[in-house]
Design a protein around this ligand. Structure first.
Ligand SMILES: [Zn+2]
Length: 374
C-alpha cells in the first residue's frame, strides 16, 4: 500500500516540469523497519514498485554511530559502502539514491525531494533564509553544504535541534542552492505542503521570467550554429538554438549575462558544466580561439554558448542531450530571474563548485539521465 502511494506521489511530481527536470529528485516511503528509496536510473515520472530499493533502517541508522576517514574521498567511499550494505537481501542490483541518508532522517512516512525552479529562486537568493523563516512554519533552512555524508550529518543535527527546541517535527527542509524536502504521513499531507509552498512563493515573486519565444532570423541562428560546429574541437556534436525574451535580454550585453557566469545549483553543473561561454563574433576562427582558451582555463569545453544579440546554443553529444542541456540551462535562467524578487542571486561557493565538478556520484546521475531521458 505504502509503495503504491509513494509511486503515485513520484508520478505526479515527476511528470511535472515545475518540479523535476532531467531525472533529478527522489522519493521514499518508510515503515518502522524499512526504507524504500528511489533507485538511481529510474525517473520519478515512470517509476514502478520495483524501482525502489528496500533498505534496513537500522543499518542506515548505524552509519551515525561510526567514525569515518578524515579524507573526503575515502569517507564518501566508506559511507557509500555502508549504504550499499544496508540494502535488504535481493536488492543487490539496485543503487539507492545518494540522498538516502537524508530521507531516513525524517520520521514521516513519505518524503519527496525535488529541485523546483520557483523554490530554487528562493534557495539561490541572497534573502532566501530570512524569507523562508517568515513564510513557513516547521521549516528548516540548511546552508550550502557539500552533498553526501556531510550534508546528511548537518541536516540530522538541525532536524534534532528543531525537535528539541519546538517539540514539533519539521516537515520542510530547504537546502540552499539545491532544493527542498517535503515530509508527510499521507499523499494528502504531501500535496498540501507542496501546494502551500508553491502558492506562497508565487505570491511574493514580483519578477516572473518571461520565456515567450522570439523568432530569430534563420540566417543568423544558422550562421551561429555553423560557426560553432566548425570551431568546436569535438566533431560529433548536436546543437540546439534558443531565443526567448529572457535569453534576448541576457545576450544583449556581457553585463546582463554575467549573472550566469557562476553556477547556482549542482544540477546546472552536472548537465551544463559550471561555466558557459559568451561570444560577440560569428567568425569561426575567433570562436575556435575562444574555445581553446576556455578549455585551457577550465579543463572542459562549454556546453552553453551565448552569442551577443543572437541567442543561446546548447551543445550535446546527441540531440536528446542538447535538449536536456537546454532544459536545465533555461532552469538556471528562470532561477536568476525569480531570485531578483528576493535580494538577487546567491551563487554557489567556489569550493562547492569544485566539489561537484569532481564528484563521481553526480556524474553517475548525469550519465544515467542522459541514457534514460525521453
Ligand atoms: Zn537533490
Amino acid at each position: 500500500m505504502g509503495l503504491e502511494i509513494i509511486a503515485e506521489i513520484s508520478h505526479k511530481y515527476g511528470a511535472d516540469s515545475r518540479y523535476v527536470l532531467a531525472g533529478g529528485g527522489n522519493t521514499s516511503y518508510k515503515n518502522d523497519e524499512h526504507l524504500y528509496i528511489k533507485g538511481s536510473g529510474h525517473a520519478l515520472a515512470t517509476i514502478t514498485n520495483d524501482g525502489f530499493v528496500k533498505m534496513s533502517r537500522e543499518k542506515l541508522a548505524q552509519i551515525w554511530t561510526k567514525v569515518y576517514s578524515q579524507s573526503k574521498d575515502e569517507r564518501e567511499a566508506q559511507v557509500l559502502s555502508d549504504m550499499m550494505a544496508s540494502r535488504c537481501e535481493g536488492e543487490e542490483s539496485k543503487r539507492p539514491s545518494v540522498e538516502t541518508l537524508l530521507h531516513n532522517l525524517f520520521k514521516q512516512t513519505y518524503v519527496l525531494h525535488v529541485h523546483p525552479t520557483m523554490v530554487n529562486g528562493l534557495t539561490c537568493a541572497i534573502n532566501g533564509k530570512k524569507i523562508v523563516s517568515e513564510l513557513f512554519e516547521n521549516a528548516i533552512w540548511v546552508e550550502e553544504t557539500e552533498p553526501g555524508y556531510v550534508l546528511a550529518s548537518k541536516c540530522r543535527e538541525m532536524i534534532n535541534d528543531y525537535e528539541l527546541k519546538t517539540g514539533k517535527t519539521a516537515d520542510l527542509l530547504f537546502l540552499q542552492n539545491h532544493g527542498i524536502f517535503f515530509a508527510g504521513n499521507s499523499k494528502e499531507e504531501i500535496d498540501a505542503l507542496v501546494s502551500t509552498v508553491m502558492t506562497k512563493i508565487e505570491e511574493i515573486s514580483k519578477i516572473i521570467p518571461d520565456m515567450t519565444e522570439i523568432e530569430c532570423a534563420p540566417e543568423l541562428s544558422t550562421a551561429f550554429e555553423m560557426a560553432v560546429k566548425e570551431a568546436y574541437p569535438v566533431k560529433e556534436i548536436s546543437t540546439k538554438f534558443t531565443l526567448n525574451k529572457e535569453v534576448k535580454r541576457l545576450c544583449s550585453s556581457y553585463e546582463e549575462f554575467s549573472v550566469l557566469m557562476q553556477p547556482m545549483s549542482p544540477d546546472h553543473i552536472v548537465y551544463c558544466k559550471a561555466i558557459p561561454l559568451f561570444i560577440d563574433t560569428l567568425d569561426s576562427q575567433k570562436i575556435k580561439q575562444e574555445l581553446d582558451e576556455f578549455e585551457k582555463k577550465h579543463g572542459y569545453l562549454p556546453k552553453i554558448i551565448f552569442a551577443k544579440d543572437i541567442g543561446m546554443l546548447a551543445i550535446g553529444n546527441s540531440e536528446k542531450d542538447a535538449c536536456t542541456v537546454t532544459e536545465v540551462w533555461l532552469d538556471a535562467v528562470k532561477i536568476s530571474v525569480y531570485a531578483q524578487s528576493f535580494g538577487g542571486v546567491r551563487h554557489m561557493a567556489p569550493d562547492m563548485v569544485d566539489f561537484i565538478v569532481n564528484w563521481e556520484v553526480e556524474s553517475y546521475r548525469s550519465k544515467v539521465a542522459l541514457n534514460t531521458a525521453k
